[in-house]
Design a protein around this ligand. Sequence first.
Ligand code: ATP
Length: 358
Amino acid sequence: MLEIIDVSRSFGDFRALDQVNLKIESGEFFTLLGPSGCGKTTLLRCIAGFEQIDSGKILLDGRPLTDIAPEKRPIHTVFQSYALFPHMTVAENIAFPLRMAKLDKTEISRRVAEVLEDVRLPDKANHYPDALSGGQKQRIAIARALVNRPRLLLLDEPLSALDAKLREQMQIELINLQQEVGITFIYVTHDQGEALALSHRIAVMNQGNISQIDEPSVIYSYPKNRFVADFIGQCNLIEGRLEGWESGWRFAIPGLDSIPVQNNNEAFSSGQDCALSLRPEKIRLASRLDASPDECLFSGTVHDMLYLGDVTVYIVELGNGLQVEALLANSAPGRTRLFEKGDAVQIAWRHDAGHLVN
Ligand code: ATP
């Protein structure tokens, strides 16, 4: 539905977007995710038409958008700041784009009532924005953007002003709303948890480029490179060298035994320096472990720990000085830790638990 082909945009000497390519399907909840300054908002603004592109093409349903003025594009943007008119009621705010489009009064009332149902605020029609909570203002801003049925809804960090609990509630509402209305959403966030929770697919951006486009579970389990592995969730990145053996692939970690690994799609060749990305929750930790034949086992000492309520993070130092993060759930009430600093422990992980990245 939306195709972004070789799009570049510079500000002076600075390349904010560097030949970006992207295809978004109709009805997708698609997220642009990346650290501050990677170019997410610039890309969104180029799609909306608030920003010119220097080169490349943006096509909507096969037609170039480049020469269409922002207000003529079938695209709406929801900003973090809500941008509601304070002197208008909720119903007047939502009706505003329809009045601009000169729809008749009955049609306007019908559509306003319908979209207020969609965002579950039918009883707020006659309230002023000042009388609404942050979450309600955000829902009204989304209602106003949806009311004249855009092909694409762009959302720029819409939940970042809300507290953690309300954010989670709004995330669930956004997923349900997008399913109900079936409109394509392009969502910008720097919050990896939010991207994983909301999206059908995610584009991870870094310095004006796209590092990986995939479904959330693929991005999490099979990151394409160190940047994606490190940016999405907690990750151990263990440096080493891949060795091809007759019996399968092994990964040589300097100062430790080499261990069997999976080389997915044989993407790496023997002798190549790379890193093993390993999520902390894939690592077993105990004072003594009986490793199964499909696991590798290391001994180490507890170097540090961090109590997070549901889990405690342990930093375990292995013989070569390598530090590995592992998690243990705090299932016993009142217990914050099972081990103390300096305790001798063992860690183990399945040979297929890690994923090679370069
Ligand atoms: P954030 O999450 O902080 O909003 P972002 O990924 O959305 O970051 P952009 O707002 O797209 O990043 O900005 C990308 C880069 O381009 C930044 O370094 C920014 O300073 C720069 N930039 C954006 N707009 C302009 C502008 N109008 N003039 C000059 N530089 C700009």
